[in-house]
Design a protein around this ligand. Structure first.
Ligand code: GDP
Length: 184
């Protein structure tokens, strides 16, 4: 694939979701092909760029991390206002992060005042590599069906990912990119 050519389009993608669900790790996996157990919470930059090929065309994705500002929903809203799409993550081994998804969906929605277009959202159930082990330990997990149902309710896409083993990391952004392009 000739990805060095000039991108024909650039999309801004904002990563959202509670602290520690794996936003920085997903960006790291996607852009650097690595996983670090102890990723420092700030990458030191606002965004990373990833070039992808979509139906033979090069598209640049600017991936914006909310960098530890998850608690400040008002800041997150200003990010959403400038976004072409959102990757909204929860940790499928930590139910609390799934319970927050409705609040995240609501702040995304309310950031779009005055816009007639619907902002494309990909809901990602991250850390799927840990789910079986977590279940075996007798701890509660979030099932595929739970995630899919919630995504459908908000008209969002849904995918299960692992920043650790790389499962669906490329797919989550390419599917979102497809929707962002269709949304133009
Ligand atoms: P953020 O606060 O949402 O940016 O989350 P981080 O990317 O900093 O990840 C929080 C912790 O979860 C770190 O210790 C990561 O190594 C770990 N982590 C992130 N993604 C995964 C994953 O897919 N699988 C596993 N097992 N651990 C992950």
């Amino acid at each position: 694939a000739k990805l060095s050519k000039e991108p024909e389009r650039m999309f801004k993608v904002v990563l959202a979701g509670d602290a520690a669900v794996g936003k920085s790790s997903l960006i790291m996996r996607l852009c650097k092909g690595k996983f670090l157990e102890n990723l420092s919470s700030t990458l030191g930059v606002d965004f990373q760029t990833k070039m992808i090929e979509l139906d033979g065309r090069t598209v640049a994705l600017q991936l914006w991390d909310t960098a530890g500002q998850e608690r400040f929903r008002s800041i997150a809203k200003s990010y959403f206002r400038r976004a072409d799409g959102v990757l909204l993550l929860y940790d499928c081994t930590y139910e609390r992060s799934f319970m927050s998804i409705r609040e995240w969906m609501d702040s995304i929605e309310s950031s779009q005042d005055g816009s007639t277009k619907k902002l494309p959202i990909m809901l990602c159930a991250n850390k799927t590599d840990m789910r079986m082990e977590t279940e075996q330990q007798g701890r509660k997990v979030v099932t595929y069906e739970d995630g899919q149902r919630l995504a459908r309710e908000y008209g969002a896409l849904f995918i299960e990912t692992s920043a650790k083993d790389g499962t669906n990391v490329g797919e989550c952004v390419s599917e979102l990119a497809r929707l962002m392009r269709a949304n133009e």
